[in-house]
Design a protein around this ligand. Structure first.
Ligand code: PRX
Length: 635
């Protein structure tokens, strides 16, 4: 029996039991046999969820890029590591071999060093899905700089907040981005952000769209000439197991975005292990995850997990709808993709269109399909299974979070029988539990509650950058001695888990995690707005969409509601990005509040979702009369 590669259900149960009974021996064996270390650890795990402090492979020394690149140079030098598929299907794909990746990462790393970046410095990467994104991430890891990738759909204000929070010294960007038939002026957005970021000393600019951009003297530098002049040898900085590898921001239910800090060794071991098992990766497979590297899915399952396994990983610059709704399947056919991993929202968007976009393409290379980021509804699951997998490819519904670093609950293909909408069973090493509202664990089957994890796993985030107290409060205080996920889940009679959605004020829109508080803060910036509340409501493509209830300062403002709606969405776009725009905006004279002044979001959610029959008890409200008004004017 191998702990590393699970091949059937019986093996899964054996491995799982071992991982719970002897977690230290379990992870030690995996770490020992499948990775390159410069120095062995002195302790596999030390942890205390009350502080909370978690350390894996303490005392070990390593560099993750030696594991993701250098070690493959012996047997896989000419194998494609990254297969770049450009936005425009007319432009040729690029096969970047492990040898080329090594050279390019080393060159980039030398450029970073020549610009004064050292171990521990933070580098913000704001790039489209082009090879430079993968290379710059790995180059940071090569020299021990902490990368903070910001999704290139975020606005200048959102970018500036993230740059300042972790005091990045450098920004890596491009002149612009191609996105379907549009171009986006990334450099312009960076320039605007940097007006408020005194910590940034330099900006490296990759050329992608060949647009005229402003180059600020003594700050901005074109990347290519620097790469051309750089040496292709760069020794890997030797890192401690617990040195931070990266920061990645995620929305919280309140306040500023949280800079989740992931460290080196545990993250590497866990993402590699889960990639191998969840995607059953074999040597000649071509694996494609459609996420953006700006999100955790891209970090863990486009870059680190696949590369640690010597895989070929597709990097797609474009969107599923360009030049038409068949683009995904065209790429699957063109590169004979074997594992395909995407978000339910993309499946729903494509499923709405004609099947001819699918039928035009040969999809027989596919072996395994995956989904991530939000619950997949039964209809989308069946569409995916019937039309893409042709009922032959297991679907892995993978549940996890930015904070968890890797997949925690998922079927193992060809081992775990799948049921639509169920993420099924915990992966080895993961000990989930359900809690009731009083903090008591709910035992047994056919139950639902708040999903927690009882025991540490190697890739869990170790802290929130600059705010350990918030890390403790958010994840370890609601249910002491447990990591609280913020999700609700049910466990069925076979022990399978089904994730039912967030139980806090985070809303998942098209697979993107959005906190309501920052959106409300943006809306409240509008001079005509007195107060606002944002909730989610079910949407057949996006999963959820945003519904805003807005109280205006003066009734007179009511005359121009359409303009106001546009202006409010414009402010949201400026503060956060277009992904956070409101689908519906209702102007109202009041919001339902408790006697302590808290907005009763439960009621607003029900009204937004059209469930006005089941509002529950409203008599405890400070202002119950407002509910009827809101119902009558709901959109
Ligand atoms: O609510 C869960 C949902 O996405 C949240 C995490 O979002 P984020 O940190 O952006 O990471 C997304 C990619 C890993 C979770 O708390 N979620 C993620 N995967 C699933 C899911 N909900 C249901 N089913 C899933 N498979």
């Amino acid at each position: 029996m191998s702990n590393y590669h699970i091949k059937n259900l019986e093996e899964y149960f054996q491995v799982y039991r071992k991982s719970v009974r002897e977690p230290v021996a379990f992870w030690e064996e995996i770490a020992e046999e499948h990775f390159v270390w410069q120095k062995r650890w002195t302790e596999v795990l030390s942890w205390d969820f009350t502080k909370p402090e978690i350390a894996w492979f303490k005392g070990a020394k390593l560099n993750i890029t030696e594991n993701c690149i250098d070690r493959h140079l012996t047997n896989r030098a000419n194998k494609t590591a990254i297969l770049f598929e450009p936005n425009n299907p007319e432009e040729s794909a690029q096969h970047i071999t492990y040898k080329q990746l090594h050279e390019q990462v080393c060159k980039f790393a030398n450029v970073l060093k020549s610009k004064g970046i050292r171990k521990g410095d933070r580098v913000c990467i704001y790039l489209p899905m082009i090879p430079e994104l993968a290379i710059s991430v790995l180059a940071c890891a090569r020299i021990g700089a902490i990368h903070s990738v910001v999704f290139a759909g975020f606005s200048a204000t959102a970018l500036a907040t993230r740059i300042n929070d972790s005091e990045c010294k450098m920004v890596v960007t491009s002149d612009g981005a191609f996105r379907g038939n549009k171009t986006i002026d990334l450099k312009g957005i960076v320039d605007e952000a940097l007006e408020n970021c005194p910590c940034v000393a330099s900006v490296l600019v990759a050329k992608r769209i060949d647009s005229a951009v402003n180059i600020k003297k003594d700050r901005d530098l074109w990347l290519q000439p620097l790469l051309d002049a750089a040496s292709s040898m760069c020794p890997a900085e030797i890192m401690d197991a617990e040195d931070p590898l990266f920061i990645l921001y995620t929305s919280g239910s309140t306040g500023r975005p949280k800079g989740m800090v992931h460290t080196t060794a545990g993250y590497m071991v866990y993402t590699a292990y889960t990639f191998k098992n969840v995607f059953q990766y074999r040597e000649n497979d071509v694996y494609w995850c459609t996420a953006d590297i700006g999100w955790i899915t891209g970090h863990s399952y486009i870059l680190y997990g696949p590369l640690a396994n010597g895989a070929t990983s597709v990097l797609f610059e474009g969107v599923p709808t360009y030049p038409d709704y068949g683009r995904f399947w065209e790429i699957v056919e063109k590169h004979a993709v074997t594992q395909f991993y995407t978000a339910p929202t993309a499946i729903r968007a494509i499923a709405k269109e004609s099947l001819r976009f699918v039928e035009n393409h040969e999809l027989s290379s596919l072996k395994i399909l995956g989904t991530v980021g939000e619950p997949i509804n039964e209809e989308a699951w069946h569409w995916y299974n019937d039309n893409i997998g042709k009922k032959k490819c297991p679907i892995v519904d993978t549940w996890w979070q930015t904070e968890t670093g890797g997949i925690l609950i998922s079927p193992i293909p060809f081992s775990t029988p799948t049921i639509p909408t169920f993420a099924t069973l915990p992966l080895p090493g993961i000990q989930p539990c359900l809690m009731d509202e009083n903090g008591k664990e709910i035992s047994g089957k056919q139950v639902d509650g708040r999903l927690c994890i009882k025991f540490p796993w190697p890739s869990m985030a170790r802290t929130i950058w600059g705010d350990h107290q918030r890390y403790k409060d958010t994840y370890f205080s609601t249910f002491p001695n447990n990591y609280f996920t913020g999700d609700g889940a049910l466990r069925d009679s076979t022990g399978y888990y089904r994730i039912t959605g967030r139980v806090d004020d985070v809303i998942i829109v098209s697979g993107h995690n959005l906190g309501t508080a920052p959106i409300e803060d943006a809306i409240n910036e509008h001079p005509a707005v007195a107060e606002s509340a944002v909730v989610g409501f079910p949407h057949d493509v996006k999963g959820n969409a945003l519904y805003g209830y807005v109280i205006l300062k003066e009734v007179g403002e009511q005359r121009n509601h359409e303009n106001l709606r546009k202006e409010i969405n414009q402010i949201i776009t400026e503060h956060i990005g277009p992904i956070a725009k409101l689908e519906k905006i209702q102007f109202t004279n009041g919001l339902p509040k408790t006697r302590s002044g808290k907005i009763m979001r439960r009621i607003l959610r029900k009204i937004a979702g059209g469930e006005t029959e089941s509002l529950g008890d409203t008599s405890t409200l400070l202002n119950p009369e407002v509910v009827q008004e809101i119902i009558e004017n709901s959109i």
